[in-house]
Design a protein around this ligand. Structure first.
Ligand SMILES: Nc1nc2c(ncn2[C@@H]2O[C@H](COP(=O)(O)OP(=O)(O)OP(=O)(O)O)[C@@H](O)[C@H]2O)c(=O)[nH]1
Ligand SMILES: [Mg+2]
Length: 303
């Protein structure tokens, strides 16, 4: 990369569920753009975060964790990974949890990435949890034997920022010469209402257990813009079964009150202005397996 040329392109973050993709995306973009929770399968769609330098623009793409689909929603998640890794990427970051690498579980993802035409960098995440550092070098070697097209290796701890700047610089240097894909100053391709829904869902992942987060979808019904202090968001929380509704609401409404409070804080933090949140729980049987609902929720493109 020379001073007089501009470089731009798509850098795809791929890996198994819970590898730390969204955490790294946020660290690379310098903002809490993508939902992060301790539960796997938090991210359901590709999410862009745009990072700029004087002579580069990197479009980072967060993807859902790679998995074998069991229902239609998961099929759409797997399709997001296929599209990002197979078509969009100018460079692929393969994220592997250094603490619990489980390489056999990566077999199909490795196969997909081995067919990529673009550079692939291995990123070992959660290195703070690895006490015996020499183990990391053995892990590099083992992964490189299985995926010879890995060009570079990085060890990071995104929550602390360790290794993040070096990784970003390496990605910027590897991007093709190209004009910027997005106008200067833009840092995402999504609307505010998408993030409102995403952060309510994030808080559901954090506050509820077992199948509840996976059975839930958040739909924004109303999002006011010009009411100042009186701005509000009305959201519908779809669940799959009648029995899940009382769990979401809790005794005397205590659980949903807590959700409302947490989500309100998160949304205000992201949007930089307060919003009152109104939540309603609705039973939408089988939405995860319904093309019609998945289309309505934006997981499938409208024909
Ligand atoms: N200790 C430690 N925890 C981390 C690190 N990076 C991520 N985590 C945690 O790992 C969990 C999963 O992180 P995410 O960023 O949501 O993982 P993901 O790969 O986006 O997960 P999916 O969206 O479900 O595919 C969260 O609890 C993070 O706080 C790290 O470097 N060190
Ligand atoms: Mg994620």
């Amino acid at each position: 990369m020379t001073k007089n040329t501009f470089h731009s392109g798509f850098c795809v973050l791929s890996g198994l569920p819970n590898a730390g993709k969204s955490t790294l995306l946020n660290a690379l973009a310098g903002g809490l753009l993508s939902a992060v929770t301790e539960k796997p399968q938090t991210t359901r769609q590709n999410i862009l975060a745009i990072a700029e330098g004087e002579n580069y623009q990197i479009v980072f793409v967060d993807t859902p964790g790679f998995l074998h689909p069991r229902y239609k929603l998961q099929q759409t998640m797997a399709a997001c990974v296929d599209r990002a890794v197979g078509e969009d990427a100018d460079i692929i970051l393969l994220l592997i949890d250094a603490h619990e690498p489980d390489l056999p579980a990566h077999a199909d993802l490795f196969k997909k990435i081995s067919q990529a035409f673009c550079p692939v960098y291995l990123v070992l995440t959660k290195t703070d949890l690895v006490k015996d550092k020499p183990v990391l070098k053995d892990l590099h070697k083992e992964i490189k034997t299985q995926l010879p097209n890995i060009e570079k290796v990085f060890e990071i701890c995104a929550p602390r920022g360790n290794g993040v700047a070096e990784l970003k610089a390496a990605v910027a240097a590897a991007l093709p010469e190209s004009p910027a894909y997005f106008p200067a100053g833009q840092w995402t391709d999504r609307w505010e209402r998408f993030y409102a829904a995403e952060f309510i869902r994030e808080q559901i992942f954090k506050l509820y257990q077992q199948e509840i987060p996976y059975s839930t979808q958040v739909e924004i019904e109303k999002f006011t813009e010009n009411l100042g202090d009186k701005n509000y968001i009305r959201a519908i929380i779809h669940v799959e079964r009648e029995g899940q509704k009382p769990i979401l609401i809790g005794k005397g409404g205590s659980a949903i009150a807590k959700l409302r409070e947490h989500a309100q804080t998160r949304i205000a933090q992201f949007l930089g202005r307060p919003y009152r949140l109104e939540l309603q729980v609705v039973v939408t049987p089988n939405w995860r397996d319904s093309n019609e609902w998945l289309e309505k929720f934006g997981y499938i493109e409208k024909e």
